[in-house]
Design a protein around this ligand. Structure first.
Ligand SMILES: Cc1cc2nc3c(=O)[nH]c(=O)nc-3n(C[C@H](O)[C@H](O)[C@H](O)COP(=O)(O)OP(=O)(O)OC[C@H]3O[C@@H](n4cnc5c(N)ncnc54)[C@H](O)[C@@H]3O)c2cc1C
Length: 332
C-alpha cells in the first residue's frame, strides 16, 4: 500500500506553498484517486484544494465569463447564463460522466484528467508516456484510441470540457508563487510527438485557478454532443463541439472541435471551411462531417470512428443551428 500525507488548504497561497517535493494537487479526486487505486500514481504528498472557496463560482461580465477552477461540472451545466450564451459548455459538462460524478468533479480537474488509454492507466504496462519506448496500443486493443495526429501515442483526449472550451476560444489562468499566466486551450495540451511524457504545459508548482471565455459575438449558436458505447457512466468515443456565428441562415464563421479523435483536442479547419459563408443545411452539415475526416488514419480496431465522427458532427451542427433536437442516441 502507498502511504501519503495530506495537506488540507483553504487559500491559494497555502496550497502554492505546499506544491513542492513531488506533491500532487487533489480537487474532486475523481481521476486522481482512480489512478492511485490503479497503482499508476503513487504520490507521497497530496495537496487538497477542494476547500478553497476563492476558486469556486461563475462570474459573467460584458467581456465574457470567468469560472473558478473548483466549480463543479454540475454547477456549470445548470448555470442559466452558460446554458443560454455558452450552450456548448453547458452541454459538455452536463453530459460528462454521471450525475453523481458531476456533483464532485471540478472543471479544473476535468481539463487535467490524464489520458484515456488502458495501457497507460495500468501499472503493468510501461509505455512511451511513462518514459519508455513502446506503445502497446498500436498492435494491441485500440478500439477506443485515436484516428488522427497520434504520432507515437494514440491515446485520446478525455476531457469533454476541453472540447467545448477549445470551440469557445477559452483560456486557462495558471498561478504559481511567481505570479499568474494565461494560456489558450489550443496551446495548453502537448502533442505526443513534441514530448510524449508531458500531457499539458503546466509546471508542477502551478495551480489552475480559473477559466476565461470571451463573450461570443452576436448571432452565435453552439452545441456539444457525445457518442459512447454506453448511455452514461463512460467517456466519449466520438464527441463534437460546434460554435456557429450566424448572419440569418448564413454561417459567418464556424468552429468544429473534436475530442476522442486525437491525443489533443483538435479543430477541423476542413470542416469549418465547408460551413463558412454558406447556409446551414443538412447538405452543408454532411459535407462538414465528411471534411472533418481528412487525414484520418484509423488503427486496426477503430475504423468505425471514421464513420461515427461525421455523423456526430453533422447532427451537432444541425443541433447548434436549431434545426434538430438533441440526438436521443447521444450519450450522457
Ligand atoms: C465513469 C466515469 C465517466 C467519465 N466520463 C467523462 C466524460 O464523459 N467526459 C469527461 O470529460 N470526463 C469524464 N470523466 C472524468 C471526470 O470528469 C474527471 O475525472 C473529473 O472531472 C476530474 O475532476 P476532479 O475535480 O475530480 O479532479 P482530480 O481527480 O482531483 O484531479 C485530476 C488531475 O488534475 C490535477 N488538478 C485538479 N485540479 C487542479 C488545479 N486546480 N490545479 C492544478 N492541478 C489540478 C490533479 O493533480 C490530478 O492530476 C469520467 C469519469 C468517470 C469515473
Amino acid at each position: 500500500m502507498n502511504s501519503f500525507s495530506l495537506a488540507d488548504c483553504t487559500t491559494v497561497e497555502a496550497a502554492l506553498s505546499q506544491l513542492k517535493d513531488g506533491a500532487v494537487v487533489k480537487a474532486g479526486g475523481v481521476d486522481l484517486l482512480d489512478r492511485m487505486k490503479n497503482g499508476t500514481d503513487t504520490p507521497k504528498r497530496l495537496v487538497n484544494i477542494r476547500n478553497i472557496q476563492a476558486l469556486r463560482g461563475i462570474q459573467s461580465t460584458p467581456e465574457g465569463l470567468t469560472i473558478g477552477a473548483l466549480t463543479t461540472l454540475a454547477e456549470i451545466a445548470d448555470d442559466p447564463t452558460i446554458r443560454s450564451h455558452y450552450t456548448v459548455l453547458a452541454d459538455a459538462c452536463g453530459h460528462a460522466a454521471t450525475p453523481h460524478i458531476r456533483n464532485v468533479a471540478t472543471i479544473g480537474g476535468n481539463l487535467l484528467q490524464e489520458l484515456q488509454c488502458w495501457y497507460f492507466r495500468s501499472a503493468e504496462f510501461q509505455c512511451i508516456r511513462k518514459g519508455k519506448e513502446q506503445c502497446f496500443a498500436f498492435s494491441g486493443l485500440n478500439q477506443y484510441h485515436a484516428i488522427m495526429d497520434y504520432g507515437g501515442c494514440p491515446s485520446v483526449a478525455p476531457s469533454s470540457g476541453a472540447v467545448a472550451l477549445l470551440a469557445l476560444n477559452g483560456t486557462v489562468e495558471l498561478t504559481s508563487a511567481k505570479g499568474k499566466r494565461t494560456v489558450a486551450i489550443k496551446d495548453f495540451y502537448v502533442q505526443p510527438d513534441a514530448n510524449p511524457s508531458r500531457f499539458h504545459v503546466m509546471a508542477p508548482d502551478e495551480l489552475l485557478t480559473a477559466i476565461h471565455i470571451p463573450k461570443p459575438a452576436a448571432g452565435t449558436r453552439s452545441a456539444y454532443q457525445k457518442y459512447g458505447e454506453k448511455e452514461s457512466h463512460d467517456w466519449a468515443i466520438a464527441d463534437a463541439a460546434i460554435v456557429l456565428e450566424m448572419d440569418g441562415n448564413i454561417c459567418r464563421s464556424a468552429v468544429v472541435a473534436m475530442g476522442a479523435a486525437s491525443p489533443v483536442v483538435r479543430r477541423s479547419r476542413e470542416a469549418e471551411a465547408a460551413l463558412t459563408g454558406k447556409p446551414i443545411t443538412a447538405e452543408t452539415a454532411r459535407a462538414a462531417g465528411k471534411a472533418a475526416m481528412t487525414g484520418a488514419m484509423p488503427l486496426s480496431l477503430n475504423g468505425y470512428k471514421v464513420q461515427l465522427f461525421p455523423v456526430a458532427i453533422y447532427r451537432t451542427i444541425l443541433l447548434a443551428a436549431g434545426q434538430m433536437d438533441r440526438d436521443p442516441s447521444a450519450a450522457g
